[in-house]
Write a protein that binds this ligand. Structure first.
Ligand code: NAP
Length: 344
């Protein structure tokens, strides 16, 4: 099997490359070669997704049975890439996001929920009035349209992951909780402890994407999350404490109290969000097509092992800053804990 990965050096792209190589596939990766080392064993084509001439040059290295595009954020760029690659790839797998749904994160979602409306040739300015998450989602929806326009419905596979966790995560979500748990003491945990969560492991997303490619007939769109109720916030926090081996004691604070104190959801306490649609994404279509999700404790323990065994492949600038945006300071946490314990 010959596979092309657009991206391929950070997180999901890297997991895709590792898994495909371990299955004996021939893998080509396309990226600029500036922010991380390429995977040993892949054929490397360096170039910029923003330069049509680089995409034309990439196409000359084909054909491939499939391309998996992990780096599409702007519809007009994805349209250029998919149009250049259409004659030399079989299936085009586009990694989208649950953000394409207008109802996210406020409403429960399934694969047929309403999408943002964005043309396939939109540029990066589209949806500027929608706020950061809305614009991201609208542009991803436009990218999906671009792929379908370029290669047709029958050859297009659209994957819409929710939150992805696991080794090589660079966003700073699970890595922050693990780092915090390892520090010990009383840990401010956002209640309720039994809140269901459904993050998906990066290696499970990769395995599902490769299965879609291997099948050769799968097409259409799939929500790619762990099943609803896969785990709870308490399992996340308790497993972080257990695997780090620290004498850390979670103190569960009322979510409305935290909101009232101005604690920023999603970033200051990563993965915590009170909106009712965040962890109610139905992914049964993907499960029926073969998505299998490992227990959260495996994701947590293997991410901790990775953090202690060499860390991120990313060497270039930019993404370290994103992780630094996550979490609260020790002083802020201490003050919140003091007030919560006093008032409760
Ligand atoms: N993380 C989540 O929770 C989550 C959730 C839902 C959906 N997603 C989606 O999953 C995908 C995440 O992929 P990943 O970040 O893990 O991908 P990745 O493929 O592992 O890494 C990103 C790649 O993009 C390359 N790149 C950056 N700018 C480029 C450019 N101008 N031209 C060519 N290559 C460029 C980088 O290399 P160079 O810098 O060297 O070029 C790097 O190889 C995204 O599409 C995201 O929307 C993520």
């Amino acid at each position: 099997m010959r596979l092309l990965i657009l991206g391929g050096t950070w997180f999901l792209g890297r997991a895709l490359g590792e898994l495909a190589l371990s299955a004996g596939w021939s893998v080509t990766t396309f990226n600029r070669g500036v922010s991380a080392a390429d995977l040993p064993g892949v054929q490397v084509v360096h170039g910029d997704r923003e330069r049509p001439e680089d995409l034309k040059r990439l196409a000359e290295h084909g054909p491939w049975e499939a391309v998996i595009d992990t780096i599409g954020y702007v519809p007009s760029q994805v349209l250029t890439a998919a149009t250049a690659l259409a004659p030399v790839v079989g299936r085009y797998v586009y990694v989208s996001s649950v953000n394409v749904y207008t109802g996210w994160p406020d409403e429960p979602l399934d694969d047929e929920s309403p999408l943002f409306d964005c043309p396939p040739d939109a540029d990066a300015t589209f949806g500027a009035d929608l706020g950061y998450a809305g614009q991201y989602g609208a542009l991803k929806a436009g990218c999906e349209n671009a792929v379908v326009q370029a290669v047709g419905q029958e050859r297009a596979v659209v994957l819409r992951p929710g939150v992805i966790l696991g080794p090589n995560e660079y966003v700073g979500r699970l890595t922050w909780w693990l780092t915090r748990a390892a520090r010990g003491g009383q840990l401010l945990a956002p209640g309720p402890a039994e809140r269901p969560i459904q993050p998906v492991d990066v290696r499970d997303v990769a395995a599902f994407a490769l299965a879609c490619v291997e099948d050769g007939k799968v097409h259409g769109s799939f929500n790619v999350t762990a099943p609803i109720g896969h785990a709870t916030f308490a399992e996340l926090v308790d497993t972080c404490v257990a695997v780090t081996g620290a004498d850390t004691v979670p103190v569960w604070a009322d979510p409305d109290w935290l909101v009232g104190r101005g604690v920023q959801q999603w970033t200051e306490l990563p993965l915590w969000r009170t909106h009712r649609g965040v962890w109610t994404v139905d992914s049964s279509r993907a499960a029926a097509a073969g998505l299998a999700c490992r227990p959260l404790r495996d994701t947590v323990s293997q991410t901790w092992a990775w953090m202690n065994g060499g860390g991120s492949p990313i060497t270039g600038e930019g993404e370290a800053g994103r992780a630094a945006d996550h979490g609260i300071s020790a002083a802020q946490e201490r003050e919140l804990l003091r007030t919560w314990l006093q008032e409760s």
